[in-house]
Design a protein around this ligand. Structure first.
Ligand SMILES: Cc1cc2nc3c(=O)[nH]c(=O)nc-3n(C[C@H](O)[C@H](O)[C@H](O)COP(=O)(O)O)c2cc1C
Length: 250
């Protein structure tokens, strides 16, 4: 459950609603770099107050020690997504129970620059007993099987779920993802550089992301100056973002 910039009661309500619908374990997801330290702590405390015992806490990027201590004291598993071997080691040292190794094939913002296979090889060599999942370009059972043969314990997928019936992505984006092939994406910083300066907020460090190439990206103008990022506060503007990103030349 991506909590992104949600706070307090909405977080507690979302978790209660989810827990009422399933007995299976589910996790909440936070992005330390997006929330900032104080807000992230508040998000975490709200989540932990409702998260079932079987629930787990995931982060996109390295968690800090205070965060890790809170999760450990609450006896929930921490699943940390990282993009470099050093961050893998740091995450395990401060309490991660499992790692997601994000390779440069991944959709969305990137945590590193290494292909998932190389990252897996390095981290597996360093941490033979760690629970490791890979992320990046996983779309089929064959991809999952290949990851396991290469030494992973599992894999996660993101982009593959964008067109899913349950996904709230704009229909135009779903169609674009379905029609795209491997040559259609680029790794770009076009959408990350100006976040905080326009009050929408994103990653503290400009992080490259993988996106389907379009005229806006090619123009190298930051998306932030055109529309908001799809988060709860800008949810109604997501179709606009998609339209701008897919059709506008800025
Ligand atoms: C549209 C989109 C949004 C994402 N949002 C998040 C997020 O909120 N939190 C997170 O931990 N990872 C997020 N990710 C990254 C995924 O966790 C994962 O690294 C990535 O999707 C794996 O690569 P794939 O898209 O090729 O399957 C996002 C990815 C995409 C494509």
């Amino acid at each position: 459950m991506a909590l992104y910039k949600e706070r307090g009661e909405p977080i507690r309500r979302l978790i209660r609603q989810t827990a009422a619908q399933t007995d299976r374990p589910f996790g909440i997801n936070l992005i330390p770099e997006v929330s900032g330290h104080a807000a992230e702590r508040e998000q975490l405390l709200a989540a932990l107050s409702e998260l079932p015992r079987s629930g787990f806490v995931t982060t996109s990027g390295l968690q800090d020690r205070d965060f890790a201590d809170l999760v450990r004291r609450a006896q929930r598993c921490q699943v940390v997504q990282i993009g470099t071997p050093d961050d893998a080691t740091a995450a395990l040292e401060i309490g991660a129970g499992a790692l997601v190794l994000q390779g440069s094939e991944a959709g969305g913002h990137h945590l590193g620059r290494i292909a998932s296979r190389d990252l897996l090889s390095e981290v597996r060599t360093r941490h033979a007993q760690a629970v490791l999942a890979v992320a990046g370009g996983i779309a089929t059972g064959i991809d999952l099987a290949a990851a396991i043969v290469a030494g992973a314990d599992g894999a996660i997928a993101g982009t593959a779920f964008i067109p899913a019936h349950e996904s709230r992505a704009h229909p135009d984006l779903k169609a674009r993802v379905l029609s795209a092939d491997a040559d259609d994406t680029v790794i770009t910083s076009a959408s990350t550089s100006a976040g905080p300066t326009v009050g929408i907020g994103c990653f503290g460090t400009p992080r490259p992301r993988q996106a389907i190439a379009n005229r806006l990206i090619s123009s190298r103008r930051p998306w932030w100056k055109v529309v908001g990022y799809p988060c709860p506060g800008t949810a109604q503007r997501c179709p606009l973002l998609v339209l701008k990103a897919d059709r506008s030349d800025g």
